[in-house]
Design a protein around this ligand. Sequence first.
Ligand SMILES: NC(=O)c1ccc[n+]([C@@H]2O[C@H](COP(=O)([O-])OP(=O)(O)OC[C@H]3O[C@@H](n4cnc5c(N)ncnc54)[C@H](O)[C@@H]3O)[C@@H](O)[C@H]2O)c1
Length: 269
Amino acid sequence: MAGRLEGKATIITGGASGMGKAMAHLFAAEGAKLILADISGKQDEVAASVNTEAYGFQADISNEDDVKALVAFAEEKFGRLDVLCNNAGFGGGMAPLHEQTTELWDKVHSTNIKGAFFGIKYGVISMLKTGGGAIVNTTSASGVVGWKHHSVYGAAKAGVNQLTKTAALDYSDKNIRINAIAPGTIWTGLVEASKTHAEPPADFPVLAGIPLGRWGLAEDIANAALFLASDESKYITGVILPVDGGYSIGFSGMGAERPGIVSVNTDGT
Ligand SMILES: NC(=O)c1ccc[n+]([C@@H]2O[C@H](COP(=O)([O-])OP(=O)(O)OC[C@H]3O[C@@H](n4cnc5c(N)ncnc54)[C@H](O)[C@@H]3O)[C@@H](O)[C@H]2O)c1
């Protein structure tokens, strides 16, 4: 039986770790051909481990020339680009706004929003040549609701949500769909607690604010990305899909305490 992404030429940024790596394995199992882009140098190792035609490409998504070269590499290898997951990003320092620095603002925004802008721009330029495609951006619940101490990061991710909606309109008549996933608290190397706990701890304070009561897993995000990348979502564009265990609903129910709004990049308190 054909896979849900059979033969689709796909780029995943941040493909060497966490959600991007989970997407790589799932997409490969569904028949996609992959370019895994990452700044870390670990992308070739992951590309060699997935069960499909896959290549690593070292790129810093905040660098326009790198993103141009990344898309050109996909065109060289596959002759086209069908799916682009703009997933690379990082949290940055979490602190009250007045303690955040201009340097941090520039660093966080150059990857988390400028990088997404470059990805959408050059992804679209390629897809326009072949008649369409699907772009899936990884943003954050902190770009949907307020998240204490996440002002700089949250502003960048909120910006990507808006880029997603506007770009979806720009290319709605060109058969290019552009959607986003807004993850909540997902157990990856980006989460500070993963440095002290080998497995997602079941009794962590952050879980009190998650109606479904558990950490999200990279696979939860990969499943959503697969849906938005595949033709199953062909009537969906400009959507910001929360994958957060219900976190962004805001309240867990009548009479229940308001869920805590806490940072995942601290010790969880
Ligand atoms: N883990 C969470 O709780 C969480 C929550 C909301 C949003 N997110 C977002 O999800 C996405 C994936 O993060 P993750 O949790 O899988 O983290 P991760 O650290 O496991 O993976 C992120 C990958 O992106 C790469 N990367 C970072 N900056 C880059 C750059 N400038 N150019 C190229 N590659 C770069 C890293 O090397 C890494 O391999 C990010 O955009 C992140 O902001 C994560």
